[in-house]
Design a protein around this ligand. Structure first.
Ligand SMILES: Nc1ncnc2c1ncn2[C@@H]1O[C@H](COP(=O)(O)OP(=O)(O)OP(=O)(O)O)[C@@H](O)[C@H]1O
Length: 361
């Protein structure tokens, strides 16, 4: 974003308490226009609460929400949802059963007292965008889950908002449909030039759709970064663990470097500033190369195996002479359960974390 451009949505020190319980503990976000931000995190971390504060369905306990540089919530200011100019799509679709598909999509325009012919034109356009123009006259109850969610999306975009909020919109759909729809939704958001905030606990959804992902943890943003940057440079061992980026292996300082805790197995490449006597190292699958056992310094035994997306994904137990170390390996070469394989570690692809990094309150 050029330094002068105003963010489409921003929050400053946004807080929400229920009684004595702090739900959001000071959220600072800037979302540039035309970008999609995913809020990703475990159940209860505050994703939906943050979205509801932006939507105007909740008022903050402290801090500020701005939309296109207008304060919409803050000390002495609160704009209701209908005055924030946002589209919203929820998990449960919330379609009216007594209205047809077209009637549901027309509803936000009728509330705004848009003329009949203009409504017809815009409803037709919104339904075309989601591929449902042929079902305009149907009742929502005669649609599949995926079609119902498309109606909800058409309804959210019919008034041509610049910003759309999505709260787990695909979580009621079965896996295959979800995977198809997430790509469709990403295409739609891009082609309409929308700014979007997308709540999900599904990492692959977040990584498919979003320009930036805010990983949330207990009411805070633990890390905000592009998907590739999260994979390359997770901010803490806890974030790496939540994103399932690989195995986290406990390390202990040895005479001339670092060794896997409880073993004599040395690993090179620790950054010099990794303080203390203990650390953790993230070993992502892409840091491991499979070799013939006699060609490698390390040996592992295959303990579990899946074939997925044209590759073998194996759990491997690294043989250390002491406790085995569990690792994950991806390879194109066939493997068998129980097989012994050689492993080479690419030390530049390891990520080191000081032990303290896992104990943030
Ligand atoms: N009305 C309420 N009163 C008290 N606590 C609430 C209320 N609404 C939500 N909470 C609590 O706030 C926390 C955050 O809830 P929120 O729905 O934002 O989480 P989430 O990250 O969206 O979770 P999920 O993925 O399960 O939807 C939870 O611990 C929840 O129990």
């Amino acid at each position: 974003m050029p330094p002068t451009a105003k963010p489409a949505v921003s929050t400053q020190n946004l807080r929400l308490d229920y009684g004595d319980t702090q739900i959001l503990r000071g959220i600072d976000l800037d979302l540039p226009a035309g970008q999609t931000l995913a809020l990703l995190g475990p159940s209860g971390c505050g994703k939906t609460t943050l979205l509801r504060l932006v939507a105007g369905l909740l008022a903050p306990s402290a801090g500020e929400v701005r939309i296109e540089d207008q304060v919409v919530a803050g000390p002495g200011v609160f704009l209701p949802p209908e005055r924030r100019g946002l589209g919203m799509v929820f998990q449960d679709y919330a379609l009216w059963p007594h209205l047809s598909v077209a009637g549901n999509v027309a509803f936000p325009l009728e509330m705004r007292r848009v003329g009949r012919s203009e409504i017809e034109r815009r409803v037709g356009e919104a339904l075309r965008r989601v591929g449902l123009e042929h079902l305009a006259g149907r009742s929502p109850s005669a649609l599949s889950g995926g079609q119902q969610q498309r109606v909800a999306i058409a309804r959210a975009i019919v008034a041509e908002p610049r910003i759309v909020l999505f709260d787990e919109p695909l979580s009621n759909l079965d896996r295959e449909l979800r995977e198809n729809m997430v790509g469709e939704l990403a295409g739609l958001i891009r082609s309409l030039g929308l700014t979007a905030i997308y709540v999900t606990h599904d990492q692959s959804e977040a990584f498919t759709l979003a320009d930036a992902v805010a990983v949330m943890d207990r009411g805070r943003v633990a890390q905000l970064a592009a998907p590739a940057a999260l994979v390359e440079q997770p901010g803490s061992a806890k974030i790496a663990e939540f994103l399932r980026l690989g195995s986290l292996v406990p390390m202990r300082r040895a005479a001339d470097g670092w060794a896997v805790d409880g073993t004599g197995l040395a690993l090179a490449g620790a950054p010099l500033d990794a303080a203390g006597e203990t650390a953790q190292v993230l070993i992502p699958p892409r840091a491991l190369l499979v070799r013939a056992p006699e060609e490698a310094r390390l040996t592992g035994e295959v303990t579990a195996l899946h074939y997925r997306d044209a590759a073998y994904v194996a759990s491997v137990s690294l043989v250390t002479g002491a406790a085995p170390v569990p690792l994950q390996v991806t390879t194109n070469s066939p493997m068998r359960l129980g097989e012994r394989i050689g492993l080479e570690i690419i030390s530049e692809r390891l990520r080191w974390f000081p032990a303290e990094a896992n104990t943030t309150p």
